[in-house]
Design a protein around this ligand. Structure first.
Ligand SMILES: *Cc1c(COP(=O)(O)O)cnc(C)c1O
Length: 370
């Protein structure tokens, strides 16, 4: 699905030099590399505060811990997403309230969010699924109307840009009160282990989240709140700092591969290409087809036989996951998510796909659905 070896080979010198600097300094935790990367990422995203943390799941958890929510408060998330989005909600004793998604963009349905709001709703966690922003302008208006926090799960969408009707453009993760991202190796900006970051423009929330990520501590050994231990280590920061200058090229390479796929599959009545969100760019963390006129699982097996990996993101919506079964929800309540779970197929998508590989993938897909 990804080719991290070829990507590394192209920037090996910078990566190796950055890691060597950390080794020489022995500042493995909270070293200068972490601060440098934080500054560079603030400049890139336009976020006033970037808070580097241990991974994307921690980023979401720390964000929710900083909002002063109480057990039983409701947090709205899409039911078609990676589990981490709802997992942290449940872990904190909050109540995940799930909503359906849009068939074309596969992102949260904003009208469904409106219908799901109750007096106990405190926050909305939109997921910018597969690399394009959820429809943030109406979502932010809805949140404002009901005094709700918005925590963006931008783990798949770093660098995606959303345009507002007033002409303003903002990056994924910098639109809501808080944004969260992941540097898992296969993410669009990936490190060589685990990593994540939180974005916010709010000084108070930034200070609270820094404390939460550091055992609830501001003054050393004075713990004013219950926190966690979640840090980006210096070696990962060195890797990320070497890769960040290439992020725009990486996005462009993904978009080019997506354009190739689009062209090959457009008009095919058995495969639907990913629908585009009207006001967002797409950074293609995944290129996800909907297989509507053919057997998805047979297609996947056929591709595997040709040495082509294809993945199902995600096979089971949240409300049908064993650990999250809830008497409020039954099968059929979220028909779009349930249908997507049965028909989505993500093709290889990364920065190193060349024309020959794309042609091989496309020809085999078309052959198998004939
Ligand atoms: C990757 C991902 C996460 C979690 O990130 P980790 O760094 O693996 O903890 C959360 N949400 C979404 C949508 C993701 O894709």
């Amino acid at each position: 699905m990804v080719d991290l070896q070829s990507q590394y080979a192209k920037i090996k010198q910078d990566i190796d030099a950055g890691i060597q600097q950390v080794l020489d300094s022995a500042a493995f935790i909270k070293g200068p590399k972490v601060a440098e990367f934080q500054e560079h990422l603030e400049a890139y995203t336009g976020a006033k505060h970037v808070i580097p943390v241990g991974n994307g799941t921690d980023a979401l958890q720390i964000a929710l811990m900083a909002l002063g929510l109480k057990a039983g408060d409701e947090v709205i998330t899409p039911t078609f997403t990676f589990i981490a989005t709802a997992e942290v909600v449940a872990l904190l004793g909050l109540t995940p309230v799930v909503v359906d998604v849009d068939w074309e963009t596969m992102n949260m349905d904003i009208e469904a969010v409106r219908r799901a709001i109750t007096p106990r709703t405190k926050a909305i966690v939109p997921v910018h699924l597969f690399g394009q922003c959820a429809d943030m302008e109406p979502l932010m208006a809805l949140a404002k109307e009901h005094h709700l926090f918005v925590v963006e799960d931008a783990c798949q969408a770093i660098g995606a840009k959303y345009s507002f009707s007033n002409g303003e453009t903002k990056q994924a993760g910098t639109i809501g009160d808080i944004g969260c991202t992941s540097f898992f190796p296969s993410k669009n900006l990936g490190c060589y282990g685990d990593g994540g970051a939180i974005f916010t423009n709010n000084d108070e929330l930034a200070a609270t989240m820094r404390a939460v990520a550091n055992h609830g501590m501001v003054v050393r050994y004075h713990h004013d709140r219950i926190g966690v231990n979640s840090r980006l280590d210096s070696i990962q920061a060195a890797v990320l700092d070497a890769k960040l200058p290439h992020l725009d090229e990486y996005i462009a390479a993904r978009q080019q591969a997506a354009a190739y796929y689009d062209k090959a599959f457009a008009g095919n009545n058995k495969l639907l290409i990913p629908g585009r969100q009207a006001h967002s760019t797409h950074v293609f963390h995944q290129y996800t087809l909907r297989v509507v006129g053919s057997d998805r699982d047979r297609l996947r097996e056929g591709l595997a036989e040709k040495g082509i990996p294809a993945m199902i993101y995600y096979p089971i919506p949240l409300h049908q996951q064993k650990a999250y079964l809830d008497p409020r929800y039954k099968d059929g309540d979220f028909p779009v998510a349930e249908r997507l779970a049965k028909c989505v197929l993500s093709l290889p998508m990364h920065t190193e796909l060349d024309e020959e590989q794309l042609e091989y993938i496309v020809n085999n897909v078309l052959d198998l659905v004939k």
